[in-house]
Structures are given as C-alpha cells and as structure tokens.
Design a binder for this molecule. Sequence first.
Ligand code: IMP
Ligand code: MG
Length: 468
Amino acid sequence: MSQAVALPARSFSTYDASRSDEFIRFIATLLRHSFFLADSFSSSALGTMQTLDALVLEHVQSPASSKLRTLVPSIGRIHMPLVCAEAFATYDLKYRLTARTQVPPSEEEVRHLLNLAQVFASAVGLEFISFDGDDTLYADGRNFAQSDASKLARYIVALLKNGVAVALVTAAGYKGAPEKYEARLDGLLKHFTAEALPAEALAKFYVVGGECNYLFECECVGEERSAEDGRGTVRLREVVGSWCDEHAAWADEDVGRVLDTAEASLRATAAELSLRCRVIRKERAVGIIAGGSEAKSRVPEGSGSRRMRRELLDEAALRLQTAVGQLGLNVPFCCFNGGADVWCDIGNKAFGIGALQQRLHVVPSQCLHVGDQFSTSIGNDFAARMASPTLWVAGPKETQHVLKQLLERRGVSTKTSEPKAWPPSTKRFLVFSDPLKLEDGDRVEGEPSPGKRDGQGEGDGVPDWVRG
Ligand code: IMP
Ligand code: MG
C-alpha cells in the first residue's frame, strides 16, 4: 500500500509571473481567432468588438450574473459602458491592425484599445481624474521634471482649466510634509505658476498620499512668503482632521497590529531569502527597500543591496499579504511590490479616490484613475478599480498620450493651430449613481511593474521618494 504524500507548505495560489490580465487575454484570443480564421478580419473583428460592447453593458447592469463574468471569472467592477467598436475602428486607422497578414493584435495593443474605449466613454462626462505617481506621472522613484514632461503638464493644466478636478493619488506617504510632494511634483507646480493658473483651477488640484491617509490641497501664496521658506508660490497645504469617513472605523490598536504583523513578516522573509534590505516603518506603512553597503556587509551571501529581484519582491509581497490577511481585522490594507520595494500600507487607493469623490460630489462614472499597476496580485492601483473606471498605462509617455486623446475627445484643443485627431463626441453616457461601497474582505491585488532604480540609499540611506 502506498503511503499518503503530505502536500508541501507552498502556495497553490494562481501566481502569474507574466502579469497578463485575464480580460485583456480574453479579448486578444478572440481577435487572434478572427485574424487567423475569418475570411475578412475587418468585419469579424468589428463584430467581435460590437459583441464586447454588449457584454460589457450587460456586466455593468448585472455584474454578479453577467455572461462576461462566466467567460472571464476574474473580471472586476466595470462602472460604465465602453465603446470598444469605435475605439477599434479609430485605432485600426492608425496602426492598421486589419491590414496586417502576419501579426495579430497583441495584448499590449488590446490594453491600448481598452484605454481608448474608456477615454471615448468617459471624455464628455468627466469631472475628476486621478493619477498614480511613480511610473504614471513621473518615472519610478523620480520627480515630475519640467524639461521632459512639459506636454504632460500642459495637458493637466488644460484639464484643470476645463473644469476637471485632478488628483495625484500615490502610495508615497509623507505626513505633515507637503514640501516632499512639492519636490516630486516640481515641474508640474512650476508649470501651474508659469501658466498663472487661476485660483479656482488651483483649488481643483489635490494630492492624496499614503494611498488614502493624507490629503493636500493646492494654493498660491505671495512672493514674500515664498522667499521666507524657499518653497514656490504654488504649493500644497495638508488638510488636517478627518477628511475620509472610513478612517474613524480603523482602530489605532488594529492599525498597530497590522503594521506589527507586516513588519514581522517582512523581517522574517528578508532573513529567509537573504535579502540585503532595510525596513522602513512609518505611521501608516511599513516596507523594505534595498539596503546598500550596510546590508551587504550584514548579509554576505544574499542579494538586493542595490536592487532586489522581481521574483524576490513578489515572494515578499505575497507572504506579506497572506500574513496580514490572516489577522482578519477590520482595517483595509494594501500589500504591493512597488518595483524596487515592498510595502504594506494602511488603506488603499479605493478609499482615497472614494473620499475625494464624496468631497467633489461625483460618482464613479464621472471619474477616471490612471495608473500602471493593474494586473492580478500585489500591485497598488488595482484597488482603484473598485472606485473608478481606469486607464492602464506603461509610463508617463503613455499618460501624456491618453490625456491628449481625452482632451481632443472633449473638444479641447491640445495645440491651438492643429486639427483635432477625432471629432468631439456629442454623446453623453448614462451616469450611474453608484457610490463607492467597499465590502468586507475587499483586498488589493494588482501588478507591479519592473523596477528601474538601483535602490541604493544616499545620506541616511533612505532615498527621497521613500523618506516619510
Ligand atoms: P505610487 O506608484 O505613486 O503609488 O508610489 C509607490 C511608491 O512610492 C513605492 O514603490 C515606494 O517607492 C514609494 N513610497 C514612498 N513612501 C511610501 C509609503 O509610505 N508606502 C508605500 N510606498 C511608498
Ligand atoms: Mg505606480
């Protein structure tokens, strides 16, 4: 008789190193079939996109029982109908998908198509747009530089002048330190100054830090005050006191237990994986960053003093998620691989965006969140999907591109003398009154992007983008 084999204490979860998204893969597969099998790829692809529009509409109306949920079990909330067929036709005009004979539409192109379909659906009714920071507004670990992002800054200014509220919603948590966000947004705030953005437009710009923990508003002060403290005239001011209703429900003791457990998990993982890292603990977050030469001498056989590998960061983030999840406390958290570091933050971007929606009296279908970390597991923009339609970009250049599309679709010229790429839409999609509701057990999942920084600390060893 054979003996029962004990299962190893390893995870049997669906960790997917490819970072591909099931909905995108589903659409790419449909298009691939048409590409290779249909007589006319043009008409069959358009038919596929029209069916997709119908599937999305049905899912918006009945998310729990939709056909799309059966076909794509991991599909999340979709806040409004999309216009995939129109987006396909527009994209095809530029990139000639249907004229190709060798290369079917890729998953990357499907991501672009979905972004365009969302831009077309959102443009006219848009009231509020939020942006992730790292790898969305500026390169990972860098600042919004005036030199290389002047177009992006111009488009953001155009949105503000056009009456759209704009927010940076970032994991970076710098409590009581608006000057740190000012440094990261330097080029953008300088552009606000150069454009002499009127007070009512400045008042529509916000920063939410630590996922949902800190809120900053934008104001313009006189030259004298600016000269006194060396900060610019356009600056940020922290909103003190409770601005997010949910905060009150998160008991300090539970917050402490989440962070203690997270810290213990990170330390244990670092020891087991011989990570040459250092632990950073803040009021509402705990994380590990590359540990530099000090960690190298402390952990002679390990890795990561300058940069930790993606696989090791993923492992640490997944262990962290499991450890904190097992506590079962009534405190939402967000465990993620930030590309060069791993964090457990209290709360998540859905709460940050949801609280701003309440402040601005808007519903999800009037909003957009632009970010870079959306695919399954351990990314921190994924939670934003619960509160808002999203655009998934791969870096600041793509952010610039989607904003151009958005402005053109709103009928706002991005260059005064240039003809518009697409006629402005006159269609206004139904605004669904769907206020944010987070259910018990809602957790963050998402995708980290490959890190680009070397992670080596300077000065006290903690880089500027992390110090809190
Ligand atoms: P985001 O992409 O703008 O959400 O920023 C994520 C990055 O912010 C992380 O990968 C970290 O490098 C950095 N960061 C700095 N402080 C914190 C913090 O307190 N929690 C999480 N991430 C932080
Ligand atoms: Mg990011």
